[in-house]
Design a protein around this ligand. Structure first.
Ligand code: GNR
Ligand code: NI
Length: 190
């Protein structure tokens, strides 16, 4: 997102500064959430601007993670911050989960499935390899909520949602409720 700040008559061109922007989050059952994201090939300023917008969007929605898929950008990139004070941000570009160990059951929610929380079983410890926001490759051992969050976000990049782990009946109930809410919201706006 860019905002025009200045006009330089000598150079006869516009000057811009970058400003952050909150992005729209896709909601289940939007078919775009089923897209498999493709790897990021260059980590440049344009990608870092997207990362900043994703953090702004995630913090504004009080989420602990956000995958690019959720903001309709189908690149392999996610942000996360599971800290209480929103002061421990992680950027994972082209994440690959190398190892999984143990199991943990968490009451999961998703910004793309607003208002629904259900138990999901995941690995409790993971080892993940990714590029950081400066493009350097790192490996991270994550445990507990951070490990759960990264697995939830990598699922998004593969077009998968936490509701896919629930029974067909539960998933349909959630789908119907969300569609009904959206119809009612549309009626209020009209
Ligand atoms: O904000 C979120 N909370 C959460 C809680 C338990 C397990 C996973 C998550 S991720 C979710 C944000 C989100 O939808 N990320 O894709
Ligand atoms: Ni989610």
């Amino acid at each position: 997102m860019f905002q025009r700040i200045d006009f330089d008559p000598k150079q006869s061109r516009l000057a811009y500064v970058q400003i952050m922007a909150k992005l729209k989050i896709l909601e289940f059952p939007d078919p775009r959430l089923r897209t498999k994201a493709t790897p990021v090939d260059v980590v440049d300023d344009k990608l870092r601007a997207l990362v900043d917008d994703m953090f702004e969007t995630m913090y504004a929605a009080s989420g602990i993670g956000l995958a690019a898929t959720q903001v309709d950008v189908h690149k392999r990139l996610l942000v996360a911050d599971v800290s209480a004070d929103n002061d421990d941000p992680y950027v994972l570009i082209n994440p690959e989960i190398l190892e999984k160990e143990g199991t943990i059951v968490t009451d999961e929610g998703c910004l793309s499935v607003p208002g629904f929380y259900e138990e999901v079983e995941r690995a409790e410890h993971i080892k993940v390899r990714f590029l950081e926001r400066d493009g350097t490759e790192v490996k991270l051992e994550a445990t507990g909520l951070l490990a759960v969050c990264i697995q939830h976000e990598v699922d998004h990049l593969d077009g998968k949602l936490f509701v896919d782990y629930l029974s067909e009946a539960k998933r349909q109930r959630i789908r119907k409720k969300l569609l009904k809410e959206r119809r009612q919201q549309a009626a209020v706006i009209a």
